[in-house]
Design a protein around this ligand. Structure first.
Ligand code: HEM
Ligand SMILES: *[C@@H]1O[C@H](CO)[C@@H](O)[C@H](O)[C@H]1NC(C)=O
Length: 332
């Protein structure tokens, strides 16, 4: 082989290596340019509907961000969460983590309807959830990132998956970490993604136990700031008021910032699952401190972990379908 020929092969290999690395980042299939030709305005349509919805209801940014999480943890990011009850489908909307809680489905419907008008039968509901989660984060003041695209929608839902895979607020630190690891997410992802609780609300019923009877001994959780606890008790009584709403980040409830972590350092984490990030694990504690000190690092890790979560078990290529209506599978 001539010298120039082997040099040419060497150069070609150099060109291929970055492509392989890039496609690995995109889970082998997903990529941010997926709709560039088939639906060039998809990003613009999603962001304009999300902005409008958040202008009308500032909590909506939080609600849309959470939908992507509750979708991805159950059979992967396949929009299974969006299916309503019908025929053989038992909707995930009725699960413990979602009932009386998950919201924003009408906004997703509106985005889907606008996209169907612009590019019929082209953009999946799973991709809409991923883009809407990113846009919600940006609108609330958080980091931006490129969203890998090309997911397909499921033809089924899993109520038991929704009940079992999504962590509960009174799960132990170890159980929560195990549920993240089951998804291929690690401790850094857990601490960074929990930072989503810098916006949005939680109901009394999700943290009442901490106020009155943390360990079944009739005493409050001693890792809860007692001044903050007595404030919470006024609107979250021993019984009744289950659905009363509280800010997850009582300092800057609508701003995506790192004050969630500062609250935790002050024992002002609302959910038990928030506070245990400080109190139950050394590495997790160090990350809480790091993010409380450094917004740039928090934003960087959050964006990376969101891409990682968005890449969980997507349906691609011939798998799944592109639903015409996010609430039901296409009739064949
Ligand atoms: C680490 C384990 C997690 C637990 C135990 C947990 C638990 C909860 C609970 C109990 C609520 C309140 C629900 C209600 O009362 O209606 C909530 C709200 C919320 N969660 Fe999480 N969550 C976790 C992780 C995440 C992740 C990874 C994200 C997104 C990346 C997220 C985003 C949100 C948002 C934005 C809200 C507010 C939603 C709204 O106001 O509509 N959470 N979470
Ligand atoms: C966690 O909360 C659920 C729902 O409120 C409750 O049924 C369960 O007993 C709690 N688990 C623990 C360990 O406290």
């Amino acid at each position: 082989m001539s010298k120039s020929m082997s040099y040419f092969i060497f150069l070609s290999l150099l060109a291929i290596v970055p492509l392989c690395i890039a496609s690995k980042n995109y889970n082998g299939y997903l990529n941010p340019q997926y709709y560039d030709r088939s639906c060039p305005h998809v990003q613009h349509i999603v962001s304009s509907v999300v902005s409008k919805a958040v202008a009308k209801d500032p909590r909506m940014a939080a609600s849309l961000l959470r939908l992507h999480f509750h979708d991805c943890f159950v059979k992967g990011c396949d929009a299974s969460l969006l299916l309503d009850n019908s025929g053989s489908i038992v909707s995930e909307k009725g699960s413990n983590p979602n009932k009386n809680s998950a919201r924003g489905f009408e906004v997703i419907d509106e985005i889907k309807a606008e996209i169907e008008r612009a590019c019929p039968h082209t953009v999946s509901c799973a991709d809409i959830l991923a883009i809407a989660a990113r846009d919600s984060t940006v609108i609330a003041g958080g980091p931006n990132w490129e969203v890998p695209l090309g997911r397909k929608d499921s033809v089924g839902a899993s109520l038991s998956g929704s009940n079992n895979e999504i962590p509960a607020p009174n799960n132990t630190f170890q159980t929560i970490l195990t549920k993240f690891k089951r998804q291929g997410l690690d401790l850094v992802d857990l601490v960074a993604l929990s930072g989503a609780h810098t916006i949005g609300n939680a109901r009394c019923t999700t943290f009442r136990q901490r106020l009155y009877n943390q360990n079944g001994n009739g005493k409050p959780d001693f890792t809860l700031n007692q001044a903050y606890a007595s404030m919470l008790r006024q609107q979250c009584p021993r019984s009744g008021g289950d659905q009363n709403l509280f800010f997850l980040d009582h300092t800057t409830p609508f701003k995506f910032d790192n004050l969630y972590y500062k609250n935790i350092l002050a024992y002002d984490g609302l959910l038990n699952s928030d506070q245990v990030l400080l109190t139950k694990n050394r590495a997790s504690m160090e990350l809480v401190k790091l993010y409380a000190e450094n917004t740039r690092i928090f934003f960087d890790h959050f964006a990376k972990s969101m891409v990682k979560m968005g890449n969980l078990f997507p349906l691609t290529g011939a798998q799944g379908q592109i639903r015409k209506n996010c609430r039901r599978v296409n009739s064949s």
